[in-house]
Design a binder for this molecule. Structure first.
Ligand code: AN7
Length: 363
C-alpha cells in the first residue's frame, strides 16, 4: 500500500477523525542510520548510536510532522490563512502545507515572519517558492513570535507555531517511528533545543507509546551556548549562534522542556558553536551523513556528556538530526577544508595530476 504520511499511519494517537481533511505530503518514515564513528568518539564502551534523519522529510526538517496536523486542523475548522514566526524551517514547512491545502481545493494563504539576515538561504528560498508571503522583521525570532501570537488573537488567522498544540501532537510521531524500528525504546534521545517544542513532543510521544515508565528514554536536550535560556535560567535578550535555527532566547515550551527533562531523568545542557561545528564536520566527513549546523548540537551534546560520564555503557542512543544539510550551503562551504570554488585550473591532465599529488606511476 502506498504510504500516505504520519496522520494516517498513527491516527489512533492523534486528534483526527474520518471528517478531518488530511493535508499531507507523505512526511515521516525517516531513516534511522547507525553512526559507528560517533559511537567511538564518545569513548564509552558498546554504544549503539543512531541518527534520525529528520532532514529527509518533504521540506527538509522535522517541522513537517507537526505542520501536517496543524494545517489539517486549521482547514477542518475553516481557516483560510495561517501565520508563523520562524528561524526558517517552520516557515518553509507552513508554506508547503498551505500549498498542499490549495492542491486539495481549499483556500489557504500563508504568512511568515522571519528575522532579517538570520535565516539560511535554502529555507528562505523554500518559503518564497512555495508561495508564502514572507515578511522580514528587524528583530529576532522571539520578537517575531510575540507579534504573530498577538495578530492571531486579534485577526482571523491561524497560528501554526508550536504554541499550537497540534504541532506538538504531530511531532510525537517521530518517537513512535523510533520505537517501531528499534522494536524497543532507546535509552537516550539527544536533541537540539530552540523553542523547545520538539523535545516536548518526543517526550509526549514516548509517554504514549512506552507503557513501562522505566523503559522510556532519558531526554538529553542541547541549546547553543549563546542561546541557552533554559540552561542559564533566564531569558536571553540577544541570542547568538551559528546554528541560526536555534537562535532563540525565550522558548515558548520552556516549562514543558523542563518537565520532559525531569520526568525522564534527563538533562538540558549547552554546546558552544565550536563544539557544534566540530560535530557538524564529523557528521559529514566521518559518517557520510548530513544535517544543518543547529542539528549537530545533538551529536556535539552527546559527545560532551558522554565524556563527562553521563552515558551508560552498552546503551542505545538516538541523535535527532532535525534539518537537512542542503539548507545552509554557506556554512558547509565555510566549514570545508577546501575552498574549492575559489580557484580553477586549466583542463590539462598533467597539471591536474600534479595538483592532486599523484606521483607514483600505476604498474
Ligand atoms: C533544524 O523554524 O524554531 O526546540 O522557527 O529548525 O522545537 O524549536 C526551528 C527550530 C532544531 C529546534 N533544529 O526545535 C523555526 C524553529 C532545527 C530547527 C530546532 C529548530 P524546537
Amino acid at each position: 500500500m502506498v504510504y500516505k504520511g504520519t496522520i494516517l499511519k498513527y491516527s489512533q494517537f492523534l486528534s483526527v477523525n474520518n471528517q478531518t481533511p488530511i493535508i499531507s505530503i507523505s512526511e515521516g518514515r525517516t531513516p534511522l542510520v547507525p553512526a559507528p564513528y560517533i559511537a567511538k568518539q564518545t569513548g564509552v564502551q558498546g554504544l549503539s548510536v543512531y541518527l534520525k534523519m529528520e532532514g529527509l522529510n518533504p521540506t527538509g526538517s522535522f517541522k513537517d510532522r507537526g505542520m501536517t496536523m496543524a494545517v489539517s486542523k486549521a482547514v477542518e475548522k475553516g481557516a483560510t490563512k495561517i501565520i508563523c514566526a520562524s528561524t526558517g524551517n517552520t516557515s518553509a514547512s507552513a508554506a508547503a502545507y498551505a500549498a498542499r491545502a490549495r492542491a486539495l481545493g481549499y483556500e489557504m494563504e500563508c504568512y511568515v515572519l522571519i528575522p532579517a539576515g538570520y535565516v539560511a538561504l535554502g529555507k528562505l528560498s523554500q518559503a518564497m517558492i512555495y508561495g508564502a508571503k514572507v515578511i522580514q522583521v528587524e528583530g529576532n525570532f522571539d520578537e517575531a513570535l510575540n507579534i504573530v501570537r498577538s495578530l492571531s488573537e486579534k485577526y482571523p488567522i491561524e497560528l501554526v507555531n508550536s504554541v499550537n498544540p497540534y504541532r506538538i501532537e504531530g511531532q510525537k510521531t517521530s518517537a513512535y517511528e523510533i520505537c517501531d524500528e528499534l522494536q524497543s525504546s532507546p535509552d537516550y534521545i539527544c536533541i537540539p533545543v530552540g523553542n523547545a517544542g520538539n523535545i516536548t513532543a518526543y517526550w509526549a510521544g514516548f509517554t504514549d507509546y512506552v507503557r513501562n515508565p522505566t523503559a522510556r528514554p532519558k531526554m538529553y536536550g542541547f541549546q547553543a551556548a549563546g542561546a541557552a535560556p533554559i540552561v542559564e535560567g533566564r531569558i536571553i535578550e540577544k541570542p547568538e549562534t551559528i546554528g541560526t535555527a536555534i537562535r532563540i532566547g525565550n522558548p515558548a515550551s520552556w516549562k514543558q522542556a523542563q518537565k520532559a527533562r525531569d520526568e525522564s531523568g534527563g538533562l538540558i545542557d549547552s554546546v558552544t558553536d565550536e563544539e557544534m561545528l566540530e560535530a557538524y564536520r564529523m557528521i559529514h566527513q566521518m559518517e557520510g551523513m548530513h544535517c544543518e549546523p543547529a542539528s549537530a548540537a545533538s551529536v556535539a551534546g552527546l559527545i560532551k556528556v558522554a565524556r563527562q560520564g553521563k552515558i551508560q555503557h552498552e546503551s542505545t542512543i538516538v541523535c535527532i538530526l532535525t534539518g537537512n544539510g542542503l539548507k545552509d550551503p554557506q556554512t558547509a562551504i565555510n566549514q570545508s577544508d577546501m575552498v574549492a570554488a575559489e580557484k580553477t585550473y586549466k583542463a590539462d591532465e598533467d597539471a591536474i595530476a600534479k595538483v592532486l599529488n599523484l606521483t607514483a606511476v600505476k604498474s
